[in-house]
Ligand binder design. Sequence first.
Ligand SMILES: O=c1ccn([C@@H]2O[C@H](COP(=O)(O)OP(=O)(O)O[C@H]3OC[C@@H](O)[C@H](O)[C@H]3O)[C@@H](O)[C@H]2O)c(=O)[nH]1
Length: 401
Amino acid sequence: MLLKDQSSSAGMDYIEMKRRGNFTRRILFVCVVFALLIFMFKRPSSISGSAKFSMHEVGVTHVLVTGGAGYIGSHAVLRLLRDSYRVTIVDNLSRGNMGAVRVLQGLYPEPGRLQFIHADLGDAAAVEKIFTENAFDAVMHFAAVAYVGESTSEPLRYYHNITSNTLLVVKAMAARGVKTLIYSSTCATYGEPDTMPITETTPQVPINPYGKAKKMAEDIIIDFSKTTDMAVMILRYFNVIGSDPEGRLGEAPRPELREQGRISGACFDAARGIIPGLKVRGTDYKTRDGTCVRDYIDVTDLIDAHVKALAHSRPGKVGIYNVGTGKGSSVKEFVEACKKATGASIKVDYLSRRPGDYAEVYSDPSKILRELNWSAKYTDLEQSLSVAWGWQKAHHNGYDD
Ligand SMILES: O=c1ccn([C@@H]2O[C@H](COP(=O)(O)OP(=O)(O)O[C@H]3OC[C@@H](O)[C@H](O)[C@H]3O)[C@@H](O)[C@H]2O)c(=O)[nH]1
């Protein structure tokens, strides 16, 4: 009986152990499945990224940079190459500089790292060919004419170059299944808002053809993105200044466009004595000193925002961000900072208002901080201008030196 009881108890123990073993295996199996599900959902898809992964790690290696020979585009190419991306530049060299491309080629001579294509984005056949012959993972679309004053005297050039060319780029991307677009937009799309600072939900009421053309390009991109799983990031830049802190690249506007040019170029030209003095356009605005107020953002910070935008882009999602410092400086304050940075006594002439200008714009950059963990680091105007002046002094004739 005892024996029987013992054997029966041993049998019971064996059954109990087996039951517990099965139970443990089941729990383990459920845990493994659960862990796998968490891993799959947390892992970014091949095109999108996350804060932890660079786009390169998750699969984006080849970026098309339109306007990569230009001031902002060339700085973007430098950063992308530094971060191990493959880059193709397409530029019609109407405003950009082959000299900038040569600098980049010299820094990254390895075959396959940097390709340059001389083409106009208004040439539909050329654009189609570029997209057919290359497999791009993402496009950073910088190429554009970008002078507010010029846009009022040559509006058709602006609608063609900005709006129509963007349409062709987006069409080509759609045809070839390129799923990530980082678009260079502008604070000029807001026009002259009643309240400051400008948030991304501030109504866009552009007052010059430049701002209107960019707003239309934004609309094209946003409407198209609703019909696809394209990942879109629209960055609305404020006023870009500065240059590569290592002095490899700079801003070299076309000499023939001097009269149309931006305040930074005009200040440097005046400091170098290339032009007799700086023309300040408008002193009767309702601002603290009567001159226009702008939010000056360093190009190094701006490009960092692009890299973060690329990393955070998600299929089927459109992200819209202001890229600025959140601080406004008047033209007079800008000129004072430029005088200190260059050590030159810049002669200033005060003229009437420039057509298309708005009195005051500065950004609320809190959305981009919150969502992309980006904020401007180089917020000292004089410091940014000193860095840019370093390149300007060494390149009296731009990239031709
Ligand atoms: O020679 C000059 C140039 C400019 N200015 C003034 O300086 C201020 C800034 O003008 P800029 O031309 O440098 O810049 P804007 O504000 O017109 O547009 C700029 O910022 C937004 C970007 O998207 C545009 O591409 C860029 O041109 C304006 O008040 C303008 O009238 C001068 O007083 N003299």
